[in-house]
Design a protein. Structure first.
Length: 81
């Protein structure tokens, strides 16, 4: 699936992902391809993107995530690499 992580001033990631873990305001959400569509508010926590054996992580502070069957778009207020 496709994953995009953006803030108002920068695109942090735009690429493929096998799985994504989001820090939603009420707990972590695991996302895999063909996931049921949803929109969620983000809290502060670790966003993880897995591609094969690699894992990329960022700390996000607030924002929203839109999940669809083929893509995850994360619009974060702030990202710390």
């Amino acid at each position: 699936m496709r994953c995009k992580l953006v803030t108002p001033d920068k695109t942090w990631y735009d690429g493929d992902a096998d799985a994504v873990v989001l820090p939603a305001v009420d707990g972590q959400i695991g996302v895999w391809p063909r996931h049921t569509p949803l929109l969620t508010a983000l809290g502060t926590g670790t966003l993880r993107v897995r591609i094969g054996g690699e894992q990329h992580t960022w700390t996000v502070e607030g924002g929203f995530a839109e999940v669809g069957p083929t893509a995850v778009v994360v619009a974060a207020r702030r990202v710390v690499a």
